[in-house]
Design a protein around this ligand. Structure first.
Ligand code: SF4
Ligand code: SF4
Length: 249
């Protein structure tokens, strides 16, 4: 996920005129009229989204406070939440100092691209991390995402040692991801996870993807269940599988 540079290239492609540049040259998204067709995401040359809203730390804290009767925690998510690291550290610092909000369970959903120093700044404020591992070998990861996965594996190691890994997510893309080629190495790492950590297998589906990923096959229920069986045979028991498959709808 890229960061929007307000070039305005996505404006004309919006079928309902939900996008415009404001007087300061910043992209504005009208949530009220947006029909969530995602054409703007396909158009964007830097893989950013114009569908964003600006919040201050104090506005977000008030939003969390309003919802307090209905929640036990928050998850910092999005394209990649840690792109906004100074903001989320500021938010969490204020939240932990707040007498009403301080005990909320705080999770971060990430692709694991933070380095050791940045994790050191973030970990004191969070309870756990949901981490995406998109392939085992760094070359395959580079083919799929454009970058190697050295930092993801370092993050996994660091979070395991700190007992802050809530969930590891494996996205299965038939003929693309390589988990089954490196099953022994993968399972060796997964077996070291803290007992409470879940391993979620996600099934690749075309919905919301762009570029070459549109040519990749969807993962079927059978493929997911076969992969899960291989992991179970290796002693990985804390698995979470998809509850819905598009092929079954
Ligand atoms: S998803 Fe993007 S292109 Fe589609 S209606 Fe919303 S703003 Fe416009
Ligand atoms: S979302 Fe992409 S295309 Fe739209 S203004 Fe931002 S950078 Fe440009």
């Amino acid at each position: 996920m890229g960061v929007c540079n307000h070039c305005g290239d996505c404006i004309e492609g919006c079928p309902v005129a939900a996008l415009k540049l404001d007087s300061g040259g910043k992209i504005q998204w009208n949530n009220e009229v947006c029909i969530q067709c995602d054409k703007c995401l396909d158009i964007c040359p830097v893989s950013a989204s114009p569908k964003t809203s600006l919040y201050s730390v104090s506005t977000l804290l008030e939003l969390i406070r309003e919802n307090l009767p209905f929640i036990s925690g928050i998850t910092l998510s999005g394209g990649e939440a840690t792109i906004q690291l100074p903001f989320i550290i500021n938010l969490l610092t204020m939240l932990r100092a707040d007498s009403e909000l301080h005990s909320l369970n705080c999770l971060v959903d990430t692709n694991g691209s933070l380095g050791k120093r940045s994790w050191g700044k973030l970990l004191p404020y969070i309870d756990g991390v949901l981490l995406d591992l998109k392939s085992w070998h760094t070359k395959r990861h580079r083919v799929l995402t454009g970058v190697g996965n050295g930092k993801v594996k370092q993050s996994l190691k660091l979070l395991t040692a700190a007992n802050k890994i809530t969930e590891v997510r494996l996205l299965l893309i038939p003929n693309q991801t390589d988990y089954q080629d490196y099953l022994v190495d993968l399972c060796e790492t997964l077996l070291q996870l803290p007992k409470q950590t879940t391993v979620r297998i996600n099934a690749f589906q075309h919905h919301g993807v762009k570029g070459i990923a549109k040519t990749w096959e969807n993962a079927t229920q059978l493929q997911i269940e076969e992969f899960a069986h291989q992991l179970e045979m290796a002693g990985i028991n804390n698995l979470v599988l998809p509850t819905v498959y598009l092929e079954n709808i």
